[in-house]
Ligand binder design. Structure first.
Ligand code: FAD
Ligand code: SIN
Length: 519
């Protein structure tokens, strides 16, 4: 029996959800924040477009709520959406208190728009909103003596006994030891699972670890069929995962075929500002019908100086790759971007396991329904991190049992070859991209299910005999999360939002959430 570290609260993940939770928790609590990579690495840091909130006197909560429900194809939970939307202006002020300076014109927020929003309500810091949020949240976290940050520590599994959570087993990447972090409350803030797809806008951290750990521990995992594909990632051999923000379209950028023709009028009256599922499917269709490798996004009609100050990150990255965004159209393709489903939680971020919470992209709070509206994700992170922290601050904390078993590695040995892990990892991502992508069919989903099930079997066998490494932990999680995505997709007998199945092209009148639990 052993406990290596003991904290009141263990937060797994240091994105916007994890860091915001940490700084909102009471100073009387001892808190550990662990990150499997560098502390700032994660989707939050790369967020470009912004964060949505009703900040314009001509806008109103009802309109933000209606837009969110409509974009989510009526599958969202209205109470959670209302809660998030009503807390949004305060979330902006909370971020400002940490030091975030939103772009403004004449002392008014420079609010922009994106697909699905009927008003300008996206506050941003040029095109580096996530970077500004993360740098400021981290600076605040470092000021709190009760918060200890652990960089390059990978959570392997949660410690759960009789439906109560007591912390996690964590791999220290440097010492290669698996340690026991015991805690009275545990917050999963591990981000999404977009790395299950071959092409993604996400950094390498998005391997669905929190979702898979929660599933193994007995949590309800909801609506995982709804993977959001962002319509415009840069198509370039050296531009791994580089996003071209939807806010370019918010500022008027046009989608073009290689011969310069516009095409969005064929798909939706809202043209380039239709919700993401529609724009991504339109691009996918044009590429498939004509055999194009990509389509183009044209912004060259805007003034070069303005583009550079409004979109400095995108201008710089494109310029490094030899593309002058003020003179030529950008080659773009859709890529997996956001996991709408996740660990089922209530408004206080509680999961169905006692003392276990989930916040941010790992969670399913019900606010996104069948399709997330742009810039509602950072908002969800900030709002629910605060309600989670408040719930913990007001709670009476349980005692940690003395008898947490030590990590048992007596029956495993180090593997001498990496090729099996690399191969299976690539195979999963290829299967998910080709069989469980933007447009699905029963045959492709069934085939994917058989293949992913077999890969899970192989990974389990491998896991039983070899010592855990970060790659093995991520492969196991990616395989399990992908299986949950396919199972969820197979069980939805309709097309709705991000889930489009050619064999069930219509929306059902009566529908509900897809819930998967470990049998
Ligand atoms: P992340 O920021 O992804 O952080 C996850 C954390 O968990 C990391 O610290 C990681 O190291 C850690 N972690 C994961 N697994 C483990 C493990 N096993 N052990 C230990 N640590 C672990 N949304 C918007 O609202 N507006 C935008 O403008 C916007 N732009 C985006 C642009 C890009 C390029 C991307 C990829 C996403 C964008 N999104 C945007 C979505 C949004 O950024 C994310 O949904 C949100 O930041 C997720 O935050 P998070 O804290 O839940 O997870
Ligand atoms: C973007 O800037 O296009 C991303 C916005 C989001 O994912 O909400």
């Amino acid at each position: 029996m052993s406990i290596d570290y003991q904290f009141d609260v263990l937060i797994i993940g240091s994105g916007a959800a994890g860091l915001m939770s940490a700084i909102q928790l009471s100073d009387n609590l001892s808190i550990a924040v662990i990150a499997k990579d560098k502390i700032l690495e994660g989707s939050s840091y790369y967020a470009q477009g912004g964060i949505s909130a009703v900040l314009d006197p001509d806008d109103n909560f009802e309109s933000h709520i209606t837009d969110t429900i409509n974009t989510g194809f009526n599958l969202g939970n209205e109470a959670s959406i209302r809660f998030m939307v009503e807390q949004a202006p305060q979330a902006i002020h909370d971020l400002e208190k940490t030091g975030v300076k939103f772009s403004n014109i004449d002392n008014k927020y420079d609010l922009t728009t994106e697909g699905g929003h009927s008003s300008n309500r996206v506050a941003h810091v040029a095109d580096k909103t996530g970077q500004s949020i993360q740098v400021n949240l981290l600076a605040q976290a470092k000021k709190h003596k009760n918060i200890k940050l652990f960089e390059e520590y990978v959570a392997v599994d949660l410690v759960v006994k009789e439906n109560k959570s007591y912390g996690a087993y964590v791999l220290d990447k440097n010492s290669k030891e698996v340690l026991t972090f015991s805690s009275k409350k545990t917050i999963l803030a591990t981000g999404g699972a977009s790395k299950s797809y071959l092409y993604t806008s996400n950094p390498d951290t998005s391997t669905g670890d929190g979702i898979a750990m929660a599933y193994r521990a007995g949590c309800k995992i909801t609506n995982m069929e709804f993977t959001q594909f962002h319509p415009t990632c840069l198509f370039h051999p050296h531009a791994k995962s580089f996003l071209i923000s939807e806010t370019l379209r918010g500022e008027g950028a046009k989608l073009l075929l290689p011969d310069g023709q516009e095409f969005m009028h064929k798909y939706d009256d809202r043209l380039e500002l239709a919700p993401r599922d529609i724009v991504a499917r339109a691009i996918d269709n044009e590429m498939k019908v004509h055999g194009f490798d990509c389509v183009y996004l044209d912004f060259s009609f805007k003034e070069a100086k303005w583009i550079k100050s409004r979109f400095p990150t995108i201008t710089k990255r494109c310029s490094e790759l030899g593309i002058d965004i003020s003179k030529e159209a950008l080659p773009v393709v859709p890529a997996a971007h956001y996991t709408c489903g996740g660990v089922d939680t209530n408004i206080d971020a509680r999961s169905n396991i006692d003392n276990l919470y989930a916040v941010g992209e790992v969670a399913h709070t019900g606010v996104h329904g069948a399709n997330r509206m742009a810039s509602n994700s950072l908002l969800e992170c900030i709002v629910f991190a605060k309600s989670c922290a408040q719930d913990i601050n007001e709670a009476t904390l349980d005692k940690i049992p003395h008898a947490i078993p030590k990590w048992d590695d007596s029956r495993v040995a180090p593997s001498r070859e990496k090729v099996v892990i690399a191969h299976l990892w690539h195979e999963i991502r290829l299967i998910m991209w080709n069989f469980v992508g933007i447009v699905r069919s029963n045959n492709r989903l069934k085939s994917a299910y058989q293949k992913i099930k077999q890969i899970n079997k192989e990974v389990d066998e491998y896991y039983q005999v070899y010592t855990v490494t970060e790659d093995l932990i991520e492969l196991r999680n990616l395989a399990q999360t992908s299986k949950i995505i396919v199972e969820s997709a197979l069980s939805r007998k309709e097309s709705r939002g991000l889930h489009f199945n050619q064999d069930y092209p219509n929306q059902l009148k009566e529908t509900g959430n897809t819930v998967i639990t470990k049998s």
